[in-house]
Each structure stands twice: as C-alpha cells, then as structure tokens.
Ligand binder design. Sequence first.
Ligand code: ADP
Ligand code: MG
Length: 569
Amino acid sequence: MQKFEDLGLSTELLNALSKKGFEEPSEIQRLVIPELLKERTHLIGQAQTGTGKTAAFSIPILETIDADKTVKALILAPTRELANQVADEIYSLKGEKDIKVLAVYGGASIEQQIKNLKKGVDIVVGTPGRVMDLMRKKILKVDNLDYFVLDEADEMLNMGFLEDIELILEKTNDEKKMLFFSATMPKAILDIAKRFMVNYKMLKVEKKELTTNLTEQIYYEVKQEDKFEALSRVLDYEQDFYGIVFCRTKSEVDDVTNRLKARNYDAECIHGDITQGLRQKALDLFKKKVLTILVATDVAARGIDVSNLTHVINYSIPQEAESYVHRIGRTGRAGQKGIAITFVTPREASKLAQIKRITKTDIKRENIPNVEEILNAKKEALIAYVDEIIKENDHNAYDQLATELLEGRNPQEVLASVLRHVYEDEFLPENYNEIENVKVKIDDKTRLFIALGSKDGYNAGRLLDLLNKKAKTPGRKVKDIKIMDKYSFITVPLQEAEFIIRALNSKKDSKPLVEKANSTGGNSSGKKSGGRRKRKSSDKKSDKKLNKKQDKGSSKRKKSSKKSKKDRH
Ligand code: ADP
Ligand code: MG
C-alpha cells in the first residue's frame, strides 16, 4: 500500500499532510497525484463524494506551480460553500510553501476580493459568475494558467454552468492543463472534455468500494404521517446523534426543521432557497457541532464536507440510487462506524428495492425504537451524566441549594420532585406519540408466469436455455422453477423480469408469453401492504398528547440536548 512518502512529495507538503492528520492517500489520490507529478496532462478524475478529490488535484498543483503571485491555477466550484471548502483545504495543505490561495464567489463583497487579488494570488477558487465578473473587470487574469480545474463537474453542469465554463475557458491560455473532478461522469462532461482536452487521462475509482461497510444500513417501515415521530424517536434514542436528515424537497426541509425547532432540537437547515450567508452559518455551526442536526436537500448538501457523522437519515428515500450512495457516504468514514437509516413508506417500497438492487447492498429492516427503549436510553444517559458531574466534582455551585432542599425533607422525594420539575414529562411514556405499524413489501424478486409447459417440450433445463438465449438471463438468476403441463413459473430479480418480459413477448399478435404472476410475491409496488397491524388509531387521547407536547416541548428538549452535547465533548 502506497504512502504519501512514496508519492514523491516535498517535505513541506508531507509535513502539512501529517499536521492535517492524513495518514495515507485515498484511492483517488494514489491514482492522481503520481500521474500529475510525473507529467502534466489533461485529466478526468472520478470518485465518490468524500473520497478526497480536493487533495487529489490540490497536492500536485501545490507541488508544481511556479508561485509568482500571478494566477497559475483556476478552480471552478459550483457553490460558495464548496469554493470556500476547497480554498480552505488547499490552504491547509500548502504548509510552509509561499503560495497564496483565494476564494471568490458572489454574495460577498467584490471590493474585498479585488483587493486581495491585487495583492497577488497563485490559486483562485471561485464560482463561475464571480470569476467572470472579475475577469470582465480585468482584475482576474486567466491567460497564464498552469491548471484549470472543474471541481464537482457533474454538479456544475446540473446547475447550468456549461455556458459560463465555456466563456471562461475561451479566455484562458492554451498551454494550461485541464482537470475535471466529479463523483459521477455523465456524458455531458465527457463531451466537453473531448471538445476542450482532446487527449486526456481518465482515472476512476469504482463505486462499489465506496459504500463503506462501516456504514450500517437499515430501514424503518413507517407511514408518511408518522415520519416525524419516528425521527424524534431516533434523535432521542441516539443520545450522541450528529447527523444529516435528508428530505426530498425544500418545503419538506422547512417543515421538518420547523417542527424540530418547535421541540427544541438543535436543528438547522440548508437548501437552495436559503441565502448563502445563512447556509454558511448553519454549516459552520454544524461543523462545530453546536448544531447536531442538519436538515438538507441533496443538492444543498452535495459535496459539503462534514465527516464523522454518526447518522444519515433518509427522511425521504432518494429518487436515485446514486443519491443514496452520496448521502450515506457521509457517515462511516475514516474508520468510524456510522448508521444510515432510511424511512420507507409503503409507496416508497419499490424505490428501496431498486436502491438495494443497484447498490448491491443489504439494507436491513429494523424496528423503530419503542418508547421503553428510548426511555431506557435516556435514563442511562442521565445516570452517566450525573456520575460524570459527581466525578468531576462539578456541582459545587448547587451544594448550598441542595442542603436547603434536603433540610427536613425526604431525599427520595426531593430528588424525584427536582427531576419532575426539570424534565416535566420527558421521561414519561406520554411524551411520545404512537406510531402505527405498517408492513412494507420490499421484494426485489418477482414470480413470472410463462405460457410454456412440459406439453410444449419444456423441462427446467430447456426453459433456462430459452431464457438464456432470448433474454440473456444467466441460469443462476432463475430460482424456483416449476414446470406444469401448459405453463411454468420462475422467480427472478425484478430487473431481470423486465428483460425477460420484453424479450419473450416481442410478437405483437400473440397473447403475452410471459406475465408477472400476480398470486405470488413479487409485487414490489408496495401497494398491497398485507397484514397491516394497527396498534392504535389516532384517537382524541393522542391528539391531546400531541398538543400538550407541542406546548411544552420547548423547555425540556433543551435540557436534554444540552446534556447530550456535554457528553460528547
Ligand atoms: P470529495 O471532493 O471527493 O467529495 P473531499 O476532498 O471534500 O472529498 O474530502 C473529504 C474529506 O476527507 C475532507 O475532510 C478531507 O480533508 C478528508 N481527506 C481527504 N484526503 C484524506 C486522506 N488521505 N486521509 C484522511 N482524510 C482525507
Ligand atoms: Mg469535492
């Protein structure tokens, strides 16, 4: 296994890396760094979010540019946060090298950025709009570049920056090398690469290694209207929760955040409609763990570098398996265990099956923590916390009051009353609303009916041959073959079933040869949520509880979150 020392880096960089705590290069870094140190080439680097792409291109840039305080590297990033993040990373990697790096982006004073540029800068990281503004003002010169970098290239294109990128590229000098980095490689990126680079190296880290096995993946079956309650339970159960709650839409993000705040959880949100200033503020607080819960959309959270999350919650299951991988890639990093929890409603069942199939990972069904489990967890945390205060002798400020309270009173009663006063009903089961049980039919296999049987000359072997020839279905994917006189049944993965149906039903005139067998399994649409057990319907009592909870939620949550935060530090 290669170390940073084996990559031919300068002592300045090696020192900076060890100071930063990087022990060994990530896979994409192992691929990219020696390549660029060996010879300057155009290059495309692809690796999943969180795999250290920034350092992969920054280290060679830092090692090879002739830092004369004219811009030698221009790095484009899609958002202000990412531009800042990349600039910070570069700054922390440069060590003692006399290299100036500057982030430029909209929504911040251009005058200050102009001032800084005029002082002389070697590396500029910027969003396309502001970079163009500064170019137009002739403050930013890009005609002497060694490197032009597109970071998060896929996201840049998603956000419609193609035209801007082209305009910027036109003004750059021919000799520069272009580096495109991205988590995914849609065709559009390869197209612009072909146009602008002609020849380039393509270095890619396969995705499969990236769903780290340190991330435990589970899902909860839950009704849409119970999702929030389920989220609260997870947050209460996991006393050391530090994670991102992913929602599908901006309004869902707002809704979840508002409800969390109403219950006094330390939550903030980021999404596209929130000003960059506020987003940055939320992110900073989150990074410092002042906030422990960040609610976000995929786009807003994309590329944001926060590591060591204990949890990723998919409040809404992502549309694409790709996003799922991105989301959960934020936990279970760097040797730390992480948990990804996906809430799945019956309607979302087929999405889950699809994600399981595409990512080839096992996502296990688990039960939402029940009230007893949560209360036990809270009690344990409280007891541990009290023990800690006693151990640290951190209670002197209250000793006098304690003495007064105990005077002529029963200590058991005093303590119970203080707890009642401080925690209200936080340790009582009434604090929680019921969650209705649902069964989600997650089945990524399906049973097919085939109108061919032994009377048509088929046995299992022949049927497999047919499937293999017509639909290229490998025999190992076919299970539970049952041959009857005039028809047969097989069980195959859902995706395979689509192939088979298409391949064998090609003749338009005849009755379909293959159909999904509706009597047995395989309906992954989740509409049939058979065997639903109702634990409790929402009666007046639980409505009342809800109101009560919302009314007085505030005081108690604060106390508990403070407590858990202190635990962490
Ligand atoms: P990407 O751009 O691929 O999404 P980043 O470059 O943002 O990933 O890196 C993600 C995190 O991993 C950052 O906090 C970064 O400092 C850290 N990191 C990068 N390389 C290493 C390494 N070799 N060892 C440890 N941490 C690393
Ligand atoms: Mg990145």
